[in-house]
Unconditional design. Structure first.
Length: 255
C-alpha cells in the first residue's frame, strides 16, 4: 500500500469523524456529541464552558453516575485507587462526580481526546474487566465483615485430601458459640463457579474440624441467583449467603 493510499484512508476517517460529531449550545455551554459509544451503545457526550481564557471540559458526572446506577460504589479505597490511576493516565481529574480537564484553545483537541478516552477507560476498568470486578466484590465482602466487627483471617489456603492447596477468601475462627466458618466470595454465581466451590469444599472439609461450615457469598446484585444454585450448595453442606440478604447473617457470623 502506497503512502498516498494510507493518507487517503486517514483523510476518509477524519471526514467521517467530523460528520459524526454534533454540537449544541445549551445556555452558553457547548454540548459535543461524539461518535464514540458507551456500554449502552449511547454516544459519549462532553460539555465545554469558558471561564476567562480557560475551557472547562466535563462529562457532567455521567460516567460515575452510570456506574453507581449499575451497582458499583466507587467509595472504597481500592476502587478510588483504580479510578485515580486511570484518570492520571489521561491527565484528567475527578471533581465531585465529574470527570474534568482544563484546556486552552490551542490544546483543546488533545484535551477533548483525553477526556473521551478517560470516560471510556473508566467504564472498561470497572465494568468490562471481570477479574477487577471480582476483586471489588471480594473487597465488598471484606468491608461487610469489618463493618460488623466480625473476626476473620483473609486469603487462607488449606491442603485438601487431594494434596493440593485450596484457597478460600476468609476464615472466621471457632468461638465458644460457633464452629470455624470458611467463606468464598462468588462474584458470578453460575454453574461453573459453583462447581469449583463444591470441589474446593469437598476436598477440604474432611481435613478441617468436624463442625466447620462453609459459606458461599453469592453476588446477586446484577443477576438473580437460580434456586438450583442454592440447592446444589446445600446438598454439599455449603450455606448460600445471597449478598442482598447479608444483614440477616450477621449474628451467626459475628458470634
Amino acid at each position: 500500500m502506497s503512502f498516498n493510499e494510507c493518507q487517503d484512508l486517514v483523510n476518509t476517517y477524519m471526514e467521517w469523524f467530523k460528520q459524526k460529531i454534533s454540537v449544541k449550545d445549551i445556555e452558553g455551554v457547548c454540548e459535543i456529541t461524539t461518535p464514540f459509544l458507551d456500554r449502552h451503545n449511547d454516544h459519549i457526550q462532553i460539555y465545554v464552558k469558558r471561564t476567562g481564557d480557560t475551557l472547562i471540559l466535563t462529562d457532567d458526572g455521567y460516567t460515575i453516575r452510570d456506574l453507581e446506577l449499575s451497582g458499583f460504589d466507587i467509595g472504597t479505597e481500592k476502587r478510588m485507587r483504580l479510578l485515580q490511576s486511570i484518570l492520571n493516565g489521561f491527565g484528567v481529574r475527578l471533581q465531585d462526580e465529574e470527570i474534568i480537564v482544563e484546556a486552552r484553545t490551542e490544546n483543546f483537541p488533545k484535551k477533548k481526546h483525553n477526556i473521551i478516552q478517560a470516560m471510556l477507560a473508566v467504564n472498561d476498568l470497572f465494568v468490562m474487566a471481570k477479574p477487577i470486578v471480582a476483586s471489588i466484590f471480594k473487597e465488598d465482602v471484606e468491608n461487610y465483615l469489618r463493618s460488623h466487627q466480625i473476626r476473620f483471617t483473609p486469603s487462607v489456603k488449606f491442603t485438601g485430601k487431594s494434596g493440593f492447596d485450596q484457597s478460600f477468601d476468609f476464615v472466621i475462627p471457632e468461638s465458644q458459640k460457633r464452629p470455624e466458618r470458611v467463606i468464598k466470595a462468588i462474584n458470578r454465581p453460575v454453574r461453573q463457579s459453583i462447581s469449583i466451590l463444591i470441589f474446593l469444599w469437598t476436598d477440604t472439609k474432611d481435613v478441617r474440624p468436624v463442625e466447620s461450615t462453609a459459606y458461599g457469598v453469592l453476588n446477586d446484585s446484577e443477576q438473580t441467583v437460580s434456586p438450583d444454585i442454592e440447592s446444589a450448595l446445600q446438598q454439599y453442606g455449603i450455606k448460600p449467603l445471597p449478598w442482598s440478604k447479608r444483614e440477616k447473617y450477621v449474628e451467626e457470623l459475628v458470634e
